[in-house]
Design a protein. Structure first.
Length: 664
């Protein structure tokens, strides 16, 4: 991988003891996964991350596995229900499968299941990584699982390119994940500041509705007035339910038609005739229903069922007529005729996606939340190998994917409520490594009410830009703010960058031996500079009470005698002082968090026993919970004792490593 200075900053800051919780909030495409992997690799090298848990959306597990293995040689396990079942079959009944994986990658939707969460919580995790962390900030089950796991981890790494969607409460909830009152290090860098941006052009295409679509909107307005008249103009629930219905209409006439016909089927007392894409293995966290059609809200029902049926029947007929020739789909056809390159078309709903595929009449790949891992991989492979030039996707494809080497055009069929979804979508192609100007086209219904949504999105974007310097995916305005990394030290980063680049220039493998090496200078310029003198390289190191090296440097000496140890220590005094402060600060930060976790564990109370009348299952379950809590407290005590030993750092005697002489 390319070693970029900004990608080293979070690891350097953490290893300097600035904190134990990090939010990587760089703009989309700036390598947050690489930064998190660097943190894991550095902590593992120091013995501080023997057990790592990565929690991610289902579609990103394979990508995390590949990044850890290919770039960092870290063998991770994708822990899904199949892996857990296979491992459990090979283990004794009383052994938790999760304890056998040093580095596990799991879907947050799988881990949040109560029986799975109990097993995962019984393990000690040194590092918990939450990818796309904004998804758990305001979600009940997901947040509960993420909070429980991160609050027990020594280090917490949160990743989100869109941490702030204009909802300040959700942003605060995100920042509090895993907190014990300790500091959260926030890294927020933009493309402009990092000089990593290619050009980006945003196009807003106003689409004029057809007469049939106008008739559909008229009948939708008529139904909405009937609901508001009966339920009250000021009802928030009514407003939300009607807004969802309009959102379906903004997406496509077909989507609205499907929602209305399902309601009519319910009123008629028959099973729904509208087919929906199924969710395979959803109970195992393999897929998501975020892009499925929303349920019909009960508050939209009218007391006069006959009147409701007549209004909805007229709306269904109008929507069916409008779906035969939709203005936005016609606009996409025109774009496809003009753009002869690969293109990604995003929409919010899965049924709109299927309708769009049928209407375009051109081979395309589909990506949505109901696909299995194999189906998802096949779709991406077909698009990546140019077997098809169109990728039709919902927001299930808007996070984590790297499509910049295949594509640079993104089209949004409708505007989502969350403005940061637009940035996520554009970020699939606007990433480090993109070499061409990126184009994003937003289709906006000019006379459908979507312009009011556009104004609301602008207000939310303005709030997010004010709070954290978020990008503007609607107008493409450059973001000249840069939320600076907490405690970042550019001198440390530049020094580390030079060291890494020098090390990468050396042979891949170097034999390590205890005695010094004797080498002869063969380069004439080197011999001329030595001038009959010898050059010796001494290693000066620090180690903790567990006899682990926590830092080292090389000290060059000219014509040094064999007993030059004191001179070497004097020459390395400045480095030794700085390295010792950093090592002690790193250990102290980890120790403080470990003690806070131990205090919280001891304060937690196991739920009161509610015994059954005829069996002892409640007693057994309660005893298991108490045993698990005691085990967690004991494991944390051991961890705290280890960190106390790590906090005590001493200087090792200098070792002579190499002597370079001008001639043999």
């Amino acid at each position: 991988m390319d070693v970029l200075p900004h990608q080293l900053e979070p690891a350097v800051s953490l290893l300097r003891g600035d904190g134990c919780r990090i939010l990587l909030a760089d703009e989309v495409g700036l390598g947050k996964t690489i930064q998190a992997c660097l943190i894991v690799a550095e902590l593992r090298a120091r013995g501080a991350a023997d057990r790592v848990l990565v929690l991610t959306p289902p579609g990103l597990r394979d990508q995390w596995h590949e990044e850890l293995a290919r770039r960092f040689a870290i063998d991770a396990t994708i822990a899904d229900f199949r892996a857990v079942r296979r491992r459990a079959a090979d283990l004794p009944p009383d052994l938790n499968p999760w304890t056998t994986w040093p580095v596990a990658i799991a879907s947050i939707d799988y881990v949040k299941r109560p029986e799975v969460l109990r097993a995962v919580l019984q393990c000690r995790w040194d590092v918990v990584i939450l990818d796309e962390a904004h998804r758990v900030a305001n979600d009940g089950d997901r947040r509960q699982a993420a909070s429980a796991l991160s609050s027990r981890a020594g280090y917490v790494v949160l990743l989100s390119a869109t941490p702030h969607s204009g909802d300040a409460a959700a942003f605060r909830s995100l920042c509090e994940l895993g907190s014990h009152g300790d500091r959260l290090l926030i890294f927020r860098r933009t493309r402009q500041v990092l000089d990593a941006a290619v050009g980006r052009r945003i196009h807003r295409l106003r689409v004029r509705s057809t007469p049939a679509e106008g008739g559909m909107q008229t009948r939708l307005d008529r139904f909405a007035r009937a609901v508001r008249t009966e339920r009250g103009e000021g009802s928030r629930d009514v407003w939300i339910a009607l807004a969802l219905l309009r959102k379906r209409a903004f997406s496509s006439a077909k989507a609205l038609h499907l929602s209305v016909t399902r309601r009519l089927d319910v009123l008629a007392g028959v099973a729904s005739s509208a087919t929906q894409l199924l969710l395979p293995l959803d109970e195992y966290g393999e897929s998501t229903d975020a892009d499925a059609a929303p349920e019909w809200h009960a508050i939209l029902g009218l007391q006069d069922v006959g009147h409701e049926r007549r209004l909805l029947g007229a709306l269904a007929s109008a929507a069916e007529l409008a779906a035969r020739s939709e203005s936005k789909i016609a606009a996409i056809r025109r774009l496809l005729r003009r753009i002869r390159e690969p293109i990604i078309i995003f929409t919010e709903y899965r049924d709109t996606l299927a309708h769009l595929e049928r209407q375009l009449g051109e081979p395309s790949a589909l990506l949505h939340g109901g696909l299995s891992r194999l189906e998802r991989s096949a779709a991406l492979d077909a698009f990546g190998r140019r077997c098809v030039r169109i990728l039709l996707a919902t927001d299930a494809a808007a996070e984590g994917l790297n499509l910049h080497r295949t594509c640079r055009f993104v089209v949004n069929l409708e505007l989502p409520w969350n403005p940061m979804r637009l940035e996520q979508r554009i970020g699939r192609v606007d990433r480090i490594g993109q070499t061409r100007t990126v184009h994003a086209c937003h289709l906006v219904g000019g006379d459908s009410g979507e312009l009011r949504l556009l104004d609301d999105l602008r207000a939310r974007i303005a709030q997010a830009r004010s709070d954290i310097g978020a990008p503007d995916p609607l107008d493409g305005a450059l973001n000249d703010t840069n939320a600076e990394a907490v405690g970042s030290d550019h001198a440390d980063v530049e020094s580390e960058l030079r060291r890494v680049r020098l090390q990468r220039a050396l042979p891949a493998t170097v034999a390590v031996i205890d005695r010094p090496l004797l080498a002869v200078a063969r380069n004439r310029h080197t011999r001329a500079r030595l001038q009959q003198r010898s050059l010796s390289l001494w290693e000066c190191a620090l180690e903790d009470m567990r006899h682990r090296v926590v830092g080292s440097c090389l000290v060059p000496m000219l014509n040094a005698p064999p007993d030059s140890g004191p001179l070497v220590l004097d020459a390395a005094a400045a480095w030794r002082s700085s390295a010792m402060r950093a090592a002690q600060a790193f250990a102290a930060a980890g120790l403080a968090r470990s003690e806070a976790i131990a205090t919280a564990l001891e304060r937690d109370e196991v739920a009161t026993l509610q015994p059954g009348l005829f069996d002892r299952r409640a007693h057994v379950a309660h005893a298991a919970l108490r045993a698990a809590q005691a085990e967690a407290i004991n494991a944390q005590a051991i961890r705290t004792a280890e960190l106390r030993l790590s906090a005590e750092v001493s200087v090792c005697p200098p070792h002579l490593r190499l002597v370079l002489v001008p001639r043999s």
